[in-house]
Design a protein around this ligand. Structure first.
Ligand SMILES: Cc1cc2nc3c(=O)[nH]c(=O)nc-3n(C[C@H](O)[C@H](O)[C@H](O)COP(=O)(O)OP(=O)(O)OC[C@H]3O[C@@H](n4cnc5c(N)ncnc54)[C@H](O)[C@@H]3O)c2cc1C
Length: 379
């Protein structure tokens, strides 16, 4: 690793999916050179290296669906010559009577977006996917476009391709504060070192906005979520699609010789590495006994928790800071930041280049959507 420069064109703070995909996209458009500074000794220590790896285009929000679809297309192209970044397993979203309307709406949205999908009544679904005998539902939405990502390979692919375009990662380097002159961000302080840049990108995940909270606060909230890995299960096939249980709000997919599961818990939590809460396993057991009784007796051998960070409207926050010039945000990636990462990187690169994408209205994701009209800080 080269020493930190005194000056560069772009500084990206954070090397999770937000920062890595931003560096990749900036590199693709020759907007370097730049550096990525990451406080941890390696990238992907937090949400980006500890998520469920579900590639999910079954999104009801049109903005999230557009981001997911565009991103998945980019990632599949990126995979050329880099092994398999996404394993196409498909997904099954299961709904009981009370959720049939939601399932039908999700199906209609996919059809409108021309994404292959099928709405299967209970009998047809069980005939096609025998393991669904273990689950309780009325209808299933089959979406073959979904899959499972190799999250570590994807993160490293972004970083390697960014490096080839002059964006070097400096791990173990926490940005302590921003250098601000008037209303312009002109760089970053790391310990005693000051690095100046034309553009600074805040891609700090659960910590997003903390460096500017006095001058330009962002309404972001991290939430803790748990993941579990079961003990060995002889009946689980590695090629199973992942399963989203709409009634219980839980999901599961094959992992090693067992299953990876989440009860989709959501507890507000301060930025950091959250501890696990043993009572959440009880929540998972309760959801499984209701929606997947054939799995209710599995044992859990591993658990961890991590943070998903959301804006109030649950859309990401991408674009120029409304108050501080020279500062851009890529944050609030929520629960599908890995899936949407490539398109999110593309959007921030477009914002920095000053070009307007023709595939999504940037107004739907810019930080300024939260600005209070008449607020002096927004002048
Ligand atoms: C349990 C769980 C399951 C999930 N499952 C899925 C899924 O199946 N599919 C999907 O698409 N998405 C999923 N997600 C969401 C996805 O993981 C996140 O949206 C995404 O990883 C967020 O990326 P990020 O780069 O914004 O944040 P992070 O991965 O947290 O990266 C931010 C980085 O910034 C660094 N940083 C912070 N402050 C500083 C500083 N001052 N200086 C330098 N570095 C700093 C941190 O160390 C960190 O590495 C899941 C998330 C969780 C928690």
């Amino acid at each position: 690793m080269n020493p930190l420069p005194d000056r560069t064109r772009v500084i990206i703070i954070g090397a999770g999916f937000a920062g890595a995909a931003a560096a990749w996209a900036l590199g693709q458009t020759d907007l370097g050179p730049g550096i990525i500074v990451e406080r941890e000794p390696t990238p992907g220590v937090h949400a980006s290296g500890r998520n469920a790896a579900l590639v999910r285009v079954v999104e009801t929000d049109p903005v999230m669906r557009t981001l997911a679809l565009r991103s998945v297309a980019h990632i599949r192209r990126l995979a050329d010559g880099h092994g398999e970044l996404i394993r196409s397993t498909g997904s099954l979203t299961l709904a009981g009577r009370g959720n049939l309307r939601r399932l039908e709406a999700a199906h209609a949205a996919l059809r409108q977006a021309r994404i292959a999908s099928e709405l299967l009544p209970l009998r047809d679904a069980r005939q096609r996917f025998a393991f669904l005998e273990r689950m309780q539902f009325e209808a299933a939405l089959w979406c073959p476009a979904d899959g499972i990502a190799d999250i570590h390979a994807l993160l490293m692919t972004y970083l390697e391709q960014a490096k080839a375009k002059n964006f070097e990662l400096h791990a173990g380097c926490g940005a302590d504060r921003l250098l601000i002159e008037g209303s312009r961000v002109v760089g970053v302080a790391i310990g005693d070192a000051e690095i100046r840049a034309d553009v600074v990108v805040d891609a700090t995940g659960a910590w997003a906005g903390l460096l500017t909270r006095e001058r330009s606060p962002l309404p972001l909230q991290p939430f803790r979520r748990h993941l579990y890995v079961s003990g060995p299960l002889t009946y689980v096939g590695r090629s199973w699609p992942y399963v989203w249980l709409m009634d219980g709000e839980a999901y599961l997919r094959p992992e090693g010789d067992g299953l990876l599961l989440s009860p989709c818990d959501e507890t507000p939590w301060p930025p950091g590495a959250p501890p696990t809460d043993p009572t959440t396993a009880i929540l998972l057991a309760e959801k499984l006994s209701r929606c997947a009784p054939g799995l209710a007796d599995l044992t859990l051998r591993q658990s961890w928790a991590c943070l998903r960070t959301f804006a109030p409207d649950r859309r990401p926050v991408i674009g120029p800071d409304p108050v501080l010039q020279g500062l851009y945000h890529v944050s609030g990636l929520g629960g599908s930041g890995m899936t949407a990462s490539a398109a999110i990187g593309e959007l921030v690169a477009a914002a920095i280049a000053g070009t307007r994408p023709d595939w999504l209205d940037p107004a739907t994701v810019v930080p300024a959507r939260f600005s209070v009209p008449g607020d002096a800080r927004v002048q």
